[in-house]
Write a protein that binds this ligand. Structure first.
Ligand code: WTA
Length: 659
């Protein structure tokens, strides 16, 4: 995997000729939660009926009147209309009436090594106390609560406590900067922020409270900030502001109620807002509602990961991303699963941390990302081989296309050729997994996410919206509404329509390219818009560009994604400085840090090239496509629309000089 762009091409080549097939293991065919091969046909014959029967897995206070009310023109989807329920009740309370009350809900490991186990009863107690605290500080049904926390159990508890009182949460990943946090708090009009004094990552402290203070200073609507003490003042001192700030534990102790009646919310009541990057500088707040979303994630968790009561399930994502929302908290907990939660980095204190967690807790289902698998490959087999991981029985991946080489390594070294791999394609917008094998029913092929989940109507179409023949690339679209779909972009329904529903009316445009093979398997080909996928996380190139031009020395910037050996893609920026500024290595370093400060470390460019000008069309549009061609060493595409073709030759020279 030395030359990333070559690797990319050879991957595509392998993918085109991939004919290895791995059938489901015999044992699973007899025992899996979903093992009826007719399920696909049955679901297709009656998509709405299929999801309706899935909704019966949940406890409803009031049964719905209509399963789906769909207006493809205004783009309003309402699922299980007239039904009322509560997500916290479904993830916690209902297990109280069963033996599961004493079952481990969360097995948590802090990065320094401490372990906390919370049973469903513990979770129930803490969710109630936290809900009572939120009420006491003035959070009412419908109020938004921003959450900026490390991976501690209180983060999962906070989500469920918000759900309990009908207050939509908006979680901001703890790697985001003060500015990103501020923008999301402002956009969601949150009145309360839940945070922590810090967290551990790769042996270092992340100063969450310091960042939160900087953000909140510019958020006048925030009335209260509740700070969980993860580190303690002996380790890390933080600044508290009288009147606004309270410590989590003190706030809990002051609250006497031990039971908060779950709000009986409408099926379409907002459960959460989660921001994701798009093609403009402004992140989009995807709004998910209660009944449909919970139905979707409860069913997909059960069937795809085959979670049973005897399983120990570990999703390595952060709850700050949709994967953590759907497949650490809501989906698994609606199924009463035992979930492992880990706070820190994979390489701390040594490169076998994940494998030691699996051995210690007997993890049987592991859900992780291709970027992590590639990192582990590079670190070497000796790290997993030090541990007994025979408890594993199902492996999952998510976040980006998995290259067949990484797939085969995952299968052989981690799964011992004994665990089906579920490569799950989905998005923040889709709420739940959309394209995936069902482990007892679908033979897998390395690099393919295989088939749409039952009840998901996916297709690959051309520009005109016509289905393309097999083995031809096109736009991946979803042709029928599904319960987990994002209902709108918070505060901007027009943008929601424009981004996803305008190109093909009534059809959801995913933003990904795909190809279907002769077996009907889907092969994801990556984003087709100006979004890059860094270690499975989406960053809009425009966001990075606006971060760059917010530096006083920058006149213009163009940002592209280039293949990256570990991260999948990396960010490369072409920057024109304002006169009076000189390009230098220091300047490049300064700008890289500037981007990390404005957005967060994950958006830090790998490389910055200084150019006198950027290639633009005569209408002044930056031609990123040409920059991508240069970066990937391809023959330059059509340059006839360029205002000044000479610029390109200069950039090309600059790029090649550095390689
Ligand atoms: C990409 C993460 C190929 C895709 C759940 C999508 C994938 C974006 C896969 C969503 C996969 C995610 N194979 N590509 N298995 N999973 N993607 O919103 O480009 O953070 O559009 O949701 O990640 O990223 P998001």
């Amino acid at each position: 995997m030395s030359n990333p762009s070559q690797n990319d091409l050879s991957t595509i080549d392998v993918v085109l000729h991939e004919d290895r097939k791995f059938p489901p293991p015999e044992g699973l065919i007899a025992t899996a939660n979903m093992r009826d091969p007719n399920i696909y046909d049955r679901a297709n014959a009656d998509v709405v009926g299929f999801w309706e029967s899935a909704a019966s897995r949940l406890n409803w206070y009031r049964h719905w009147d209509t399963a789906l009310d769909w207006d493809p023109v205004g783009v309003h989807a309402r699922w299980f209309v007239g039904g009322t329920l509560n997500a916290s009740y479904n993830c916690v309370d209902r297990h109280m009436n069963t033996w599961r009350q004493n079952k481990a809900a969360i097995i948590w490991e802090g990065e320094p090594g401490e372990v906390r186990t919370l049973t469903y009863r513990d979770l129930y107690r803490e969710v109630n106390r936290t809900a009572a605290m939120l009420r006491r500080i003035g959070v009412n049904k419908g109020d938004r609560v921003a959450i900026y926390m490390p991976m501690v159990p209180e983060l999962a508890i906070a989500l469920l406590a918000c759900a309990r009182i009908g207050a939509p949460h908006t979680v901001i990943f703890a790697g985001f900067s003060a500015e990103s946090l501020r923008d999301r708090i402002l956009d969601s009009q949150s009145s309360v922020l839940l945070t922590a004094d810090g967290g551990w990552r790769a042996g270092k402290i992340i100063d969450l409270k310091g960042i939160a203070n900087d953000a909140v200073a510019q958020c006048p609507a925030i009335k209260k900030v509740v700070t969980y003490q993860r580190l303690g003042s002996a380790v890390h001192h933080v600044q508290m502001e009288a009147g606004r700030d309270i410590w989590w534990d003190e706030a809990l102790d002051q609250t006497k109620e031990t039971y908060i009646e779950p709000e009986q919310v409408d099926s379409e009541h907002p459960l959460f807002i989660l921001y994701t990057s798009g093609t403009t500088g402004k992140p989009k707040g995807q709004m998910h509602t209660t009944g449909g979303y919970l139905t979707d994630v409860a069913l997909t968790s059960s069937w795809i990961f085959d979670i049973k009561d005897s399983d120990v399930y570990w999703c390595t994502a952060d709850i700050g991303w949709v994967t953590g929302h759907s497949y650490i908290v809501y989906g698994p907990m609606a199924n009463g699963a035992t979930c492992v939660m880990y706070e820190g980095g994979p390489g701390f204190p040594d490169k076998d941390r994940y494998w030691s967690i699996i051995e210690k807790h007997g993890v049987s289902i592991l859900y992780t990302a291709p970027t992590s698998i590639r990192t582990f490959m590079r670190w070497g087999e000796e790290y997993p081989n030090k541990h007994d991981m025979s408890s594993l029985r199902i492996l999952g991946t998510v976040g980006e296309p998995i290259n067949p080489e990484a797939w085969m390594w995952y299968n052989r070294v981690i799964g011992k050729e004994n665990c089906p791999i579920v490569d799950t394609w989905w998005q923040t917008e889709t709420g739940g997994i959309m394209i995936t094998p069902l482990p007892a029913l679908v033979a897998t092929k390395p690099g393919s996410a295989t088939r749409p989940f039952p009840g998901i109507v996916a297709d690959v179409v051309d520009r005109a919206g016509n289905s393309v023949p097999n083995n031809t690339g096109g736009y991946l679209v979803i042709k029928h509404p599904w319960p987990g779909m994002s209902r709108t972009i918070w505060g901007d329904h027009e943008r929601y329509i424009k981004t996803y529903w305008e190109q093909f009316p009534g059809i959801y445009l995913t933003g990904d390219g795909a190809r279907r093979d002769d077996d009907g398997y889907f092969w994801l080909l990556g984003r087709i818009d100006d979004v890059v996928n860094i270690s499975g996380h989406r960053i809009g190139t425009m966001e990075v560009e606006s971060a760059l031009v917010s530096d006083p020395s920058v006149a213009e910037a163009a940002v592209i994604g280039v293949p990256h050996e570990i991260k999948g893609q990396g960010i490369v920026a072409f920057v024109t400085l304002k006169s009076g500024n000189t390009p230098s290595e220091e300047k490049a370093q300064e700008l890289r840090e500037h981007v990390a400060k404005v957005i967060g470390a994950l958006a830090r460019p790998e490389k910055i090239y200084f150019t006198a000008e950027l290639p633009k069309t005569r209408s002044a549009k930056i031609m990123r496509r040409l920059l991508r061609d240069i970066a990937e060493g391809r023959v330059l595409g059509d340059t006839t629309t360029l205002a000044d073709p000479n610029i390109l030759a200069e950039i090309k020279q600059l790029y090649e000089d550095e390689q």
